[in-house]
Design a protein around this ligand. Structure first.
Ligand SMILES: *Cc1c(COP(=O)(O)O)cnc(C)c1O
Length: 438
């Protein structure tokens, strides 16, 4: 409601909403913004004028500027200068160009559940399934769902609801943000049967508790921590022969999503090896080391994958067409950014870092990047960083483009490992601007 201002009040000069809505700049903004957003901007600006914070004559101009600055998404692109490859707070894996193109292509109507040749309905996700099987031939069949947690929930629900899931106490991990694997499994209606101790679990511990109530054996990769010292865990090979003897499925939660071994991450489990060692089903995330969109991958025995895909819960955790397209393109396209950043050439990193330091006036130091995303916690990724005063961090984060440095030892460190080389010039300009501001 617009209030009627008293006679002679400067507020009478404030343009009315309908007048502002007819401005050419507002007309132009309609191609970009929803009407309620435009009206909201106009109301905000006129309210400021009524409070005397703004001259009436400036209202039209301020409305125009505010509409120009209005953003459609609260998610701001960030240049990741932390050296952490799979950065959870930055949305984990950045998509490859091929995946981005595929997302754009899938944005309109698309034959996600239609066979164009026959004109009849087809199975959702057949492209992603084929791409997964091509990338991981050790799997008989594959299914992709919303995320890694959903893959695990679907597996334990379909294989062990109302029954027991046997898992080692050394593998009952918290995935992040207070989200605990045991709670997740308990929420499926399966009962967790914990065996062994935090540091040592033996094959006999599993064998002793297998009974008529056992639904499946579960092995979880404790991805975000390491137990050192007097430790022992049962490998997939041993566990799978026990599971086979007792006619039970062995599910292995790999977490990180490597489909094949990566020599620079020797302790990171991968799907091909786990399946080769007899796992019946493996689960993994799509947006960690695989470098794709948020997804949960289920790979393994054809009868189990069929059982899971027919379970009613599968519908509740199904992937959307955009993520399916991105997953397929990540698998079939050129090496995704995550793998490129993990394997970044140190000489090239050093040259880029020296160029940045020369332009902004900081010191080059040796700096270890990290895998991140809960993966390979102890593995340093040898590289370099430019060291700047810590005070530059805030202007960097709030600048354009936003740049996230690593804060360490009272300094802001800029590690170029996860910055696309094509963004070096923009990053340099952002750092120069931020340094001026401190
Ligand atoms: C990350 C992770 C999960 C969860 O996967 P999301 O894709 O985040 O849902 C489950 N298990 C392990 C071992 C993980 O590392």
């Amino acid at each position: 409601m617009e209030q009627v201002a008293p006679q002679g009040d400067a507020r009478r000069a404030i343009p009315r909403t309908d007048v502002l809505l007819a401005l050419p700049a507002v007309e132009a903004a309609r191609t970009r913004l929803a009407e309620h957003v435009i009206v909201g901007v106009i109301r905000d600006v006129t309210a400021r004028a009524r409070r005397g914070e703004l001259a009436a004559a400036a209202v039209a101009e301020v409305v125009t500027a505010a509409l120009d600055a209005a953003v459609l998404s609260a998610q701001t692109p960030v240049l990741n200068a932390t050296g952490v490859v799979v950065h959870t707070n930055l949305g984990r894996a950045p998509l490859s160009e091929a995946a981005v193109d595929a997302v754009v292509q899938a944005a309109g109507y698309v034959d996600v559940e239609l066979d164009l040749a026959s004109g009849t309905r087809s199975r959702r996700g057949i492209g992603a399934r084929a791409a997964l099987l091509a990338a991981c031939p050790a799997a008989e069949d594959a299914l992709a769902v919303n995320n890694g947690a959903a893959a695990l929930v679907l597996a334990t629900t379909a294989l062990a609801a109302g029954r027991e899931v046997i898992v080692s106490r050394g593998e009952l991990v918290e995935i992040g943000a207070g989200f605990r694997l045991p709670d997740l499994i308990a929420s499926t209606g399966a009962r967790l049967r914990e065996v062994g101790t935090t540091n040592r679990t033996h094959l006999a511990d599993y064998a002793d508790v297998i009974g008529p109530d056992t639904g499946c054996l579960l092995k979880v990769h404790p991805s975000n921590f390491r137990v050192e010292g007097f430790t022992s865990a049962v490998g997939v090979r041993e566990l799978s022969s026990l599971a086979a003897d007792r006619d039970l499925p062995l599910v292995v939660d790999l977490g990180s999503g490597l489909l094949a071994p990566d020599p620079i991450l020797p302790d990171e489990p991968d799907a091909a090896t786990a399946l080769g060692h007899g796992a019946d089903l493996v689960t993994a995330s799509g947006d960690k080391l695989l470098g794709g969109p948020q997804a949960g991958l289920l790979l393994g025995r054809a009868d189990l994958v069929t059982r899971l895909s027919k379970h009613p819960l599968a519908r509740a955790v199904r992937m959307d067409k955009l993520a399916l397209a991105a997953l397929e393109a990540t698998l079939a396209g050129p090496t995704a950014p995550v793998a490129r950043y993990l394997h970044a050439d140190p000489d090239r990193l050093r040259a880029r870092t020296e160029a940045l330091a020369a332009a902004v006036g900081g010191a080059v130091i040796e700096h270890d990047g990290r895998v991140g995303g809960g993966g390979a916690p102890g593995v340093p990724l040898r590289g370099f960083a430019v060291r700047l005063p810590e005070a530059v961090a805030r202007p960097l984060r709030t600048g354009s483009p936003a740049v996230l440095p690593r804060l360490h030892d009272g300094a802001a460190l800029l590690d170029l490992r996860c910055v696309p080389e094509s963004a070096d010039a923009a990053l340099t300009a952002a750092v120069v601007a931020a340094m001026h501001g401190i």
